[in-house]
Design a protein around this ligand. Structure first.
Ligand code: ATP
Length: 285
């Protein structure tokens, strides 16, 4: 169980913002932090990791107290059982993949887990390769494996997949889910990506203006957060069953048109409501 109650004054471009957050997260859960840019997500992860000192509050992880302002406890980051992958992960360029992953292990510690992690992250064939000779996605796999090698009590992930393309992102999400389960981790992920949050997490915490506004199951949260509105798109295909495929920005949705005269290149205006999609109007092209 991770339990925290933290306060910190943050200095934003608009002035001071009070970050006041409390939560209890059961061991083994996968939690995501979601919220607008500047809402304090990274600051919260940094406080949990021990890189930023809170002004007040406490952090308890299982039986250990990592921070307690009243008792003047502030455990050094290296003595907190954390693994972390931040956006600007720093791997050791002069070491190969295996050396990067095993670096944190002491000489007398078993190296068995390194082989397991290489296998799980699909890096076994690249174990002796230098970091510079890897793709961005492969480097992120190394960073993830390195964060897990010490079997941390808490895995902190700050948008670790935001710099890779969508195909690699999906693969890495699979690896992450598998590692979380395999090692019984308690994981806290910062992400702006609703698909990713729904796919990976048990709970989403919505952080806005330095406070948790909501804590919910991801699917429920995103369904409720989706306010009805109209979207404009273009019909790009009509399928054999009559369904139309609509391109909206860079995404496509499939609709069962109530107006049957739709054809490719027609512009459509669609009203979206949780659970329903209906066509308001369409224009021939
Ligand atoms: N050490 C610090 N002391 C005071 N304020 C800080 C400190 N570090 C960052 N801030 C400010 O706190 C605010 C929140 O930053 P933070 O990085 O936590 O937000 P975020 O939700 O992670 O944003 P993003 O999604 O853009 O990464 C920012 O305005 C930032 O300038």
């Amino acid at each position: 169980m991770i339990e925290f109650s933290l306060h910190k004054t943050l200095h934003t471009a608009e002035g001071e913002m009070q970050l006041n957050v409390s939560a209890k997260i059961e061991s083994g859960k996968f939690v995501s932090l979601y919220g607008a840019s500047g809402s304090g997500k990274t600051s919260l992860l940094r406080m949990l990791a021990g890189f930023m000192k809170p002004e007040n509050g406490y952090i308890k992880v299982n039986d250990a107290v990592w921070f307690d302002r009243a008792k003047k406890i502030n455990t050094e980051p290296q003595h907190r059982k954390i693994g972390f992958v931040f956006q600007d992960y720093a791997l050791f360029p002069n070491m190969n993949v295996r050396e990067n992953i095993s670096f944190a292990l002491k000489k007398n510690e078993s190296k068995e887990i390194v082989d397991e992690l290489l296998e799980l992250s699909g890096l076994s064939n690249l174990a002796n390769r230098k970091i510079q000779a890897l793709s961005g996605g492969q480097q992120q796999r190394v960073a993830l494996a390195r964060a897990i090698v010490k079997k941390p009590s808490v895995l902190l992930l700050d948008e670790p997949l935001s710099a890779v393309d969508s195909g690699m992102r999906a693969q890495l999400q699979g690896t992450l889910a598998e590692m979380h389960k395999r090692f019984g981790l308690t994981t806290i992920l910062v992400s702006h990506n609703s698909d990713e949050i729904v796919k990976l997490s048990d709970t989403v915490f919505h952080l806005e203006n330095g406070k948790f506004q909501q804590q919910a199951a991801p699917a429920t949260f995103f369904l409720n957060a989706f306010t009805p509105g109209t979207l404009t798109g273009t019909i790009v295909a009509i399928e054999d069953n009559g369904n139309a495929v609509v391109l909206i920005d860079d995404r496509m949705i499939r609709i069962d048109p109530s107006i049957k005269r739709l054809k490719i290149n027609d512009k459509v205006e669609i009203i979206c409501d949780p659970g329903t999609v209906s066509i308001l109007d369409h224009r021939d092209c």
